[in-house]
Ligand binder design. Structure first.
Ligand code: ATP
Length: 261
């Protein structure tokens, strides 16, 4: 079992942010978490990385039982791409160096970078078609190129679990598709992916399972084709929609006038 969340509840003052959420992620599965703004997706990711503790319930990730383990050890095996980290990286450092820092979980290097780490950073950038930008400073990259460099930075640490919180947010169509191609290529690696998004069409063939969160509760979870039904989309988003699959990818058509399908 890669992740086992049992009866997670998080209370903040009067409100229940998570309400009895249980979710099991097995090896070989890759999950997408969907839900409206404020439904609790990021909170759930923070429970997985151990940055938030539940009011009740238990979290086990990669065989570590949170509360009874050294979280620093677990985090070495978890890659994370979210909105916060990018702001902390040095814009003036060369791209390859930003990638290389991921091998040590540093934000910057203050000593010489081992040659083999540099070579691996360059190889990963090459894989993502960023080889020609490896010696440019990170700050000169486009948003999409930065996101891909962030992915390379995660992968250099060879994580067993990769958690992504809206990695395609703010990207134009071209850059989003390039990033999604890289994400889909993760199936060639030994890594379990958990991915939060607002966009159903980002559910690439790589992903096998979907969890729907509504008001802090798990509204549905399981194999993607079962969970992404028209009824479930309506129940989660309150919008009548038609899900169409094209080459393993779901696309959403909204019924004009909000009429039920
Ligand atoms: N520290 C906190 N104290 C009180 N309420 C909080 C705290 N953190 C989050 N919340 C609330 O918990 C709910 C879930 O937040 P969360 O960020 O997990 O939602 P989300 O599904 O990731 O939303 P979005 O899609 O907008 O990013 C929201 O109503 C939010 O206001």
């Amino acid at each position: 079992m890669m992740i086992s969340l049992q009866h997670l509840t998080l209370r903040r003052e009067e409100s229940l942010i998570l309400d009895d959420v249980s979710l099991q992620v097995k090896e070989g599965e890759n999950w997408v978490i969907l839900g409206r703004n404020g439904s609790g997706k990021t909170t759930l990711l923070e429970m997985m990385t151990g940055y938030l503790f539940p009011s009740s319930g238990s979290v086990e990730v990669l065989g570590y039982k949170y509360g009874q383990c050294d979280l620093r050890e677990v985090r070495k095996e978890i890659g994370y791409i979210g909105p916060s980290l990018m702001e902390k990286l040095s814009l003036s450092d060369p791209v390859w160096e930003v990638v290389a820092t991921g091998a040590f979980a540093y934000l910057r290097f203050y000593q010489k970078i081992p040659e083999e780490v540099k070579a691996e950073a360059l190889r990963l950038l090459e894989d993502m078609n960023l080889g020609s930008l490896a010696f440019h400073s990170f700050g000169t990259l486009s948003q999409g190129e930065r996101k891909k460099a962030m992915l390379a930075r995660c992968l250099i640490a060879k994580p067993k679990l990769l958690i992504m919180d809206e990695p395609c947010a703010g990207l134009d169509l071209y850059e989003r598709e390039k990033m999604l191609d890289e994400i889909d290529k993760l199936k060639q690696r030994q890594v379990t992916v958990v991915y939060v998004t607002h966009h159903i069409e980002e559910i690439m063939p790589l992903f096998s399972h979907v969890a729907l969160i509504r008001d802090g509760k798990l509204a549905g979870s399981g194999p993607k084709a079962e969970v992404l039904s028209n009824e479930m989309i309506l129940a989660t988003y309150g919008i009548p929609a038609l899900v169409e699959w094209d080459s393993g990818r779901p696309w959403i058509k909204i019924r004009p006038g909000g009429k039920s399908i």
